[in-house]
Design a protein around this ligand. Structure first.
Ligand SMILES: C=C1C[C@]23C[C@@]1(O)CC[C@H]2[C@@]12CCC[C@@](C)(C(=O)O1)[C@H]2[C@@H]3C(=O)O
Ligand SMILES: O=C(O)CCC(=O)C(=O)O
Ligand SMILES: [Fe+2]
Length: 371
């Protein structure tokens, strides 16, 4: 059956409280936003202070980029890229579109609210339903044309904003294709191994979502959570975090490591579907966003995946008698449904064989070994 990405949640509606707060009017943290270690699956005390362990940075114009990418994916599941070819003007434009969106009055934003069984629109992060406490953030998801929602938000000049989104998605898709071939190439996979990438390997039928995350300045940042720890249900994610820090990744043996903003750089992370494709060789990195007392933070994630209904399974070249397939085939749509139901147990629910030593399986998020 040919399903679109936007159909993913039709059978998994989620009813999140739609009464969004006006964050600017809150001068102390309401109890509903105050997190303790018991409210999160991955405790905060694991934060690493000044650890000598930093997320790799890869210059995409480096002749060694393929090897560096493979090493970063294998050892971290996340890296930053420079010389990626995305113009700073476009990054500035998408950032100001995001700022303009979130600074609209709450009542206006709610006109573009995401419906319980929908994928696009304004609202809390979908994973919010798995937590007792609220996250100190708002989000806006775009899948397909944003024109209906944008004409609600900006009746006069929605066109201008639609054009920026279109341009950004076009450029991100090209960069995602380039990164896919670096990541696949580092595993010895070539174009003929990925039929759905198309004859020129341009990933024409790929699906994607664009996610704007807004984290207002917070009166008690140490007790709040911007976006709770999660892995992305993607092949890969390209994140622009501009110049405000907040993104952290969980590093085995170290704890939470901050991904420092670098001017013009983009953060790339391996997602759950690439972890499946690589038969577990590349970890889908657990990450979260923390907030701060003085600065508003905006991040823009391009969540890249395969055509919504094609089956993703461990690549045959990576499977053999001593490397049995670790996951059953699954489409992106089905996986999003699984994530909507099982959240951090989604990957293990698709797993075929139990890890040899579940204590050291970084993608069995019930058994992450840290510290
Ligand atoms: C394609 C998607 C991945 C995502 C759910 C979504 O339908 C669109 C938003 C994405 C996002 C962004 C913030 C974190 C996250 C876990 C969430 O709640 O919404 C991811 C979802 C995901 O990767 O599973
Ligand atoms: O805001 C960030 O840095 C993280 C955002 C994120 O993880 C996401 O959108 O999936
Ligand atoms: Fe994420």
């Amino acid at each position: 059956m040919h399903l679109k990405l936007s159909d993913a949640f039709k059978s998994h509606p989620v009813n999140l409280q739609l009464k969004h707060p006006d964050f600017n009017s809150l001068h102390e943290l309401p109890d509903s936003y105050a997190w303790t270690n018991n409210d999160d699956y991955y405790p905060s005390f694991l934060t690493s202070f000044g650890a000598d362990d930093s997320v790799p940075v890869i210059d995409l114009s480096d002749t060694n980029a393929l090897k560096l990418t493979g090493h970063a994916c294998k050892t971290w599941g996340v890296f930053q890229v420079t010389n990626h070819g995305i113009q700073q003007k476009l990054l500035d434009d998408i950032e100001s579109a995001g700022k303009s969106l979130f600074s609209l009055p709450v009542q206006q934003k709610l006109k573009a609210a995401r419906s319980p069984d929908g994928i696009s629109g304004y609202g809390f992060a979908r994973i919010s339903s798995f937590f007792k406490k609220l996250m100190w953030s708002e989000g806006f998801t775009i899948v397909g044309s944003p024109v209906d929602h944008f004409s609600q938000l900006w009746p006069q000049d929605y066109d201008k904003f639609c054009n920026i989104i279109e341009e950004y998605e076009k450029e991100m898709k090209m960069l995602a294709g380039r990164l896919m071939w670096l990541m696949l190439g580092s595993l010895g996979i070539s174009m003929e191994d990925i039929k759905w990438a198309g004859s020129k390997g341009e990933f024409k039928g790929a699906s994607a979502a664009l996610q704007f995350n807004s984290y207002p300045a917070c009166p008690e940042p140490d007790r709040a959570m911007g976006l709770a720890a999660h892995t992305d249900s993607t092949l890969l994610t390209i994140l622009y975090q501009s110049n405000t820090s907040g993104l952290q990744v969980l590093r085995e043996g170290t704890g939470w490591v901050t991904v420092p903003p670098m001017p013009g750089a983009l953060v790339i992370n391996v997602g759950d579907l690439f972890h499946i494709l690589s038969n577990g060789l590349y970890p889908s990195v657990l990450h979260r966003a923390v907030v701060n007392r003085t600065q508003h933070r905006l991040s823009i994630a391009y969540l890249f995946g395969p055509p919504a209904s094609i089956q993703i399974s461990p690549l045959s070249k990576l499977v053999g008698p001593s490397h049995p397939p670790l996951y059953r085939p699954i489409s992106w749509n089905e996986y999003l449904g699984t994530k909507a139901k099982h959240f951090n147990k989604a990957l293990s629910s698709v797993r075929l064989c139990a890890p040899l030593n579940s204590l050291v399986d970084v993608n069995d998020h019930n058994s992450v070994k840290v510290g």
